[in-house]
Design a protein around this ligand. Structure first.
Ligand SMILES: Nc1ncnc2c1ncn2[C@@H]1O[C@H](COP(=O)(O)OP(=O)(O)OP(=O)(O)O)[C@@H](O)[C@H]1O
Ligand SMILES: [Mg+2]
Length: 245
């Protein structure tokens, strides 16, 4: 899906999300208005419980807002039925979530290929080349036949990263994708996400607690108490001077 960089891929309009009801209710999102630009790498930061994961779930159509609109790629996903939403997620979005587990009975390789298979897409020679590159960068060459329970937590996390990248969806949403990783694997994952944006024209939205990791993004949104408290450009960007901003 090639379109002009910076044009909106997701728009949240006056989005609220309330969990529970009555005295026990929690307002996880409290009137969020935000636009995510195409071919941009956005980092979401903020304290624990501030609403970061909720925001990611809502903007990827995994969860409906209580009120407000979520417009993704021109579709108001708040008015889609479940089937349409499932198709939308399958075709357009790659997920790197700790709760979005790998299929336990499938090998690492089959897990990585699953999103493409679910789309009815037979991997081309180019797809296979790209997949080989991702697998090499993530250091997974010797784990492709392993099932998830035969791998370490960090390896499973890297397989989840490869799974989201290999199908090349328009948008990748990632919740702490480097949470279990050492500094070397963290750098590789960030490089892959960065090149997904810069070379393949994808859009990445990533939650992180780490300011240094967030500084690899083009934009940082800071969430506090269910609101966007700050919207800023990282202090230090690795993109060539003058190219991105
Ligand atoms: N399913 C749920 N039912 C009830 N409350 C929930 C639910 N999910 C999240 N919450 C509450 O909504 C608020 C926001 O949660 P969320 O998971 O978005 O926070 P977060 O910023 O991702 O935090 P963390 O950094 O700890 O992952 C929290 O107060 C949380 O307790
Ligand atoms: Mg969270």
């Amino acid at each position: 899906m090639m379109s002009t960089p910076g044009t909106p891929i997701v728009e949240l309009r006056k989005v609220t999300k309330v969990y529970g009801s009555g005295e026990a209710s929690v307002k996880a999102l409290d009137g969020v208005d935000v636009t995510i630009g195409r071919q941009q790498f956005t980092a979401i930061m903020g304290p624990s419980g501030s609403g970061k994961s909720t925001l990611l779930h809502v903007l990827a159509g995994l969860d409906n807002p209580t009120s407000g609109q979520v417009v993704v790629d021109g579709h108001d996903i708040t008015s889609m039925d479940d089937d349409a939403l499932t198709v939308f997620r399958r075709e357009e979005i790659g997920f790197i979530f700790q709760s979005f587990n790998l299929v336990p009975t499938l090998s690492a390789e089959d897990n990585i290929l699953l999103p493409m298979k679910l789309r009815g897409h037979t991997p081309s020679a180019e797809d296979k080349q790209f997949m080989a590159k991702v697998i090499r960068m993530l250091g997974l060459e010797n784990r492709l036949r392993h099932r998830p329970k035969e791998m370490s937590g960090g390896q499973v996390q890297r397989v989840a990263v490869a799974r989201a990248l290999v199908a090349r969806p328009a948008m990748i949403v990632a919740d702490e994708p480097t949470g279990n990783l050492d500094s070397e694997s963290t750098a590789e994952v960030l490089e892959l996400l960065r090149s997904a944006v810069d070379e393949l024209g994808q859009t990445v939205v990533m939650v992180t607690h780490d300011e240094q990791i967030a500084s690899q993004a083009d934009r940082i949104l800071v969430v506090r108490d269910g609101r966007i408290a700050q919207d800023r450009v990282p202090l230090r960007s690795t993109s060539p001077a003058g190219e991105k901003h």
